[in-house]
Design a binder for this molecule. Sequence first.
Ligand SMILES: Cc1cc2nc3c(=O)[nH]c(=O)nc-3n(C[C@H](O)[C@H](O)[C@H](O)COP(=O)(O)OP(=O)(O)OC[C@H]3O[C@@H](n4cnc5c(N)ncnc54)[C@H](O)[C@@H]3O)c2cc1C
Length: 379
Amino acid sequence: MIPRTIFSSDHELFRDSVRKFLEQEAVPFHAQWEKDGHVDRALWTKAGEAGLLCSHIPEEYGGMAADFLYSTVVIEEIGRLGLTGIGFSLHSDIVAPYILHYGSEAQKQYYLPKLVSGEMVTAIAMTEPGAGSDLQGVKTTAVLDGDEYVINGSKTFITNGWLADLVIVVAKTDPKAGAKGTSLFLVEANTPGFSKGKRLEKVGMKAQDTSELFFQDVRVPKENLLGQAGMGFAYLMQELPQERLTVGVGALASAEAALQWTLDYTRERKAFGKAVADFQNTRFKLAEMATEIQVGRVFIDRCLELHLQGKLDVPTAAMLKYWTTDLQCKVLDECVQLHGGYGFMWEYPIARAWADARVQRIYAGTNEIMKEIISRSLV
Ligand SMILES: Cc1cc2nc3c(=O)[nH]c(=O)nc-3n(C[C@H](O)[C@H](O)[C@H](O)COP(=O)(O)OP(=O)(O)OC[C@H]3O[C@@H](n4cnc5c(N)ncnc54)[C@H](O)[C@@H]3O)c2cc1C
């Protein structure tokens, strides 16, 4: 195996502490959270205390000013343990950067420490019942009325939506201006007119509180605009490579874990008087998966290096998102097969991970949209 070289001993120490935290605070409760449809709210504040949230945020806003590899460690450990209800990465690596990069000084000072501590859980609401891939079709509006914006519309499929205390809402401030009429708003969950719909019943990621959100004459001070009016689409495009990198990092961690579980299982399980791992078909499948995971690992680590240097471009991030999530689903499917009927039983981590993986090809931009982005850079 090609050794990983991107992490320092400090990163590895951090990994040990993240692993211990998750094994203690999350693993024993995951099955119950799947039944509840959300993780325990207290997990967020415990994670904040343990330094798992928003580690990249500068010290003046309560963070550790850590590099992106600390976030990578958190995503990898969550992926390795199959804890798909925990929306830390969306909060730390997707929402917090919008506030850090485009927020006013007052917004940064007020919100970022609360995100670091877990006092506030966050979400980002782009998708609507009628607009997913085609974000220019967003119908939610934000109309300036005196010193306030009035927001009307509805969102769906919002990760962390049910627990969220603060949501970045994508809305049209100038519906006739297309992408240039799109803006981002910070909306707190207790704002009158903002309500949460049901937690959506999903085929996987059952412990994740994916929700509908409704906005009916929600009035927010005009200071809650994030960045400049009309720049929302540009901000989204700017931040998406990191979002896609986080999805790829999680995908590969999940595939690696699945391969390990399958190695363990097929060595133990007997059929026709020998271990399932002794059949040539099993050995070849394991060899193929290990090879493809290794290829993915090298690609991801190179993308992480580029990202640390600020050089991960949009098409490469799209390649990474599409290829690693396709690989994850392929590996998980093969691993279920090698588990036989037990691979289809919810009590087996492989069954859960298989169901949880499927959405990775759909959110953060579908893999078809990723191919559109890549092809645009080619032709
Ligand atoms: C569990 C989960 C969590 C999510 N979390 C969030 C979140 O936190 N915030 C948020 O805003 N959204 C979230 N989403 C929404 C997600 O990003 C969208 O579902 C996704 O972007 C696809 O949009 P859609 O569902 O409307 O599908 P559609 O856009 O209707 O796509 C349907 C099909 O058409 C294909 N298609 C569409 N356009 C093209 C094209 N130009 N070329 C080729 N094929 C195309 C798609 O690839 C797909 O196969 C989440 C979704 C899920 C399921």
